[in-house]
Structures are given as C-alpha cells and as structure tokens.
Design a protein around this ligand. Structure first.
Ligand SMILES: Nc1ncnc2c1ncn2[C@@H]1O[C@H](COP(=O)(O)OP(=O)(O)OP(=O)(O)O)[C@@H](O)[C@H]1O
Ligand SMILES: [Mg+2]
Length: 193
C-alpha cells in the first residue's frame, strides 16, 4: 500500500486545495455541527467522524442513503476536508463521471490520471450512485474502482438517493456484500432546512 501521511501532519485548506479535492464551491464551507439535533442519523455520523483516522486505517467507509436534500453530499464533503486537514489525500467524484474519466484517461496531474487518483487516495467519495445513464459499462467501471480500493483496504464514501434494496440491485449482489462488510450504512432522512 502507498505510504500515507494521514494523522502525521496538519494541512490547511484553501481554494486551490478544494480544486485538488474536486469539491464544488457549494460544499467548501460545510460543517458537521450544522446538522440539527432532530436528525436521528446525527449521532452515527459524529461517531464515524470522531473515529475518522481509525476508520481510514481500517478501510471502513460509509454508504449514505436518503432522499434529495438530506445533507448526504455535505456530510461526505466534510469528511473529505477532514482527511486532507489530517495530512491525508481525498477526492470527490460523481458516479456519472467515472466511466468517461477511465475511458478518456482524464488527467489529474502531470503524474497521475484521475482513475489512478480515485484508486489511490485515502478517502474517495463517489456521489449519487445510480444517477444518470446506467448500463453494464458504467456499473462495471464503478465496481472496478470500489474493488480496487477494497483490495488495498481503502475507505470509500458512497451517497445515493435510492433505498437500500434498490441500491443493492444497482450495485449487484457481490459488490453489495463487500460494501456491507466494509461500510457503515446510514439512512439520512428529513429534508435539510
Ligand atoms: N452539514 C451541513 N452544513 C451546511 N449546510 C448543509 C449541511 N448539510 C446540508 N446542508 C444544506 O442543505 C442543502 C442540501 O444538502 P446536500 O446537497 O448535502 O444534500 P443531498 O442529500 O446530497 O442532496 P441530493 O440528494 O439532492 O444530492 C445544501 O445545499 C446545504 O445548503
Ligand atoms: Mg447530493
């Protein structure tokens, strides 16, 4: 496994860093403390956050399921920021951009393609699993990234608007089992106000 500085140094976030994380402007300022107390999933998110370094070292990820506007992308974005601040590497990608980035060998830096970065970072978030054009190629590319990360004990955060049963059908039985064994599944409900 590649050496990671996570937990060993502190790094400061700025606009250039947010671009490296591929984090959209809307999510630069999100805070976990903004989650209101009436959200019953708040406790489990806080526990994951409190044990973040340990979770990353063990390769434990998150699957955030819930309706539109329930804060899933914001929660994942916060955790990507935290990992960077703790000296690690993190990256945001949308489910519907994985396939084209692999096929077109989209660059990340002069040394890495986006695919290599997706596989290599300490924490990857794949946002909106199951949205956009879904076919066997798209599902296969998504599975390849998830399995590569699993093989190297790397944590991945997935968000989806689908309930768990539909999500399991989208990702397929084998991958679902793998995710169930390495990710906390948290249902985010109640619209964000
Ligand atoms: N932790 C947070 N801190 C600050 N704002 C938040 C937070 N969580 C949610 N919000 C606000 O609620 C809105 C919806 O949140 P977000 O986009 O994260 O939801 P989502 O569940 O990912 O939605 P979708 O299913 O549409 O992708 C955001 O635009 C943001 O303004
Ligand atoms: Mg979202």
């Amino acid at each position: 496994m590649a050496w990671s500085a996570i937990g060993k140094v502190r790094q400061r976030l700025d606009a250039n860093v947010f671009k490296t994380l591929r984090l959209g402007r809307r999510y630069w300022d999100v805070e976990l403390s903004n989650i209101s107390d009436d959200k019953n999933y708040k406790g489990r998110i806080f526990v994951y956050d409190q044990n973040l370094l340990d979770n990353i070292h063990k390769g434990i990820g998150l699957v955030l399921l819930g309706d539109y506007r329930t804060g899933k992308t914001s929660i994942g974005s916060w955790l990507l920021k935290r990992v960077y601040e703790e000296g690690g590497t993190s990256l945001f990608v949308r489910y519907d951009e994985i396939t084209s980035s692999v096929l077109e060998k989209t660059g990340f830096s002069d040394r890495e393609t986006l695919y290599q970065r997706m596989v290599g970072v300490d924490l990857l978030m794949i946002d909106d699993v199951g949205t956009g054009n879904m076919n066997d190629l798209v599902k296969g590319m998504f599975e390849m990234v998830c399995r590569k990360r699993y093989d190297n004990s790397k944590s991945t955060i997935l968000t989806t608007n689908y309930p768990e049963k539909a999500f399991s059908q989208i990702v397929g039985a084998g991958l679902y089992k793998m995710l169930r064994s390495t990710c906390d599944f948290i249902i985010c409900d109640g619209e964000w106000k």
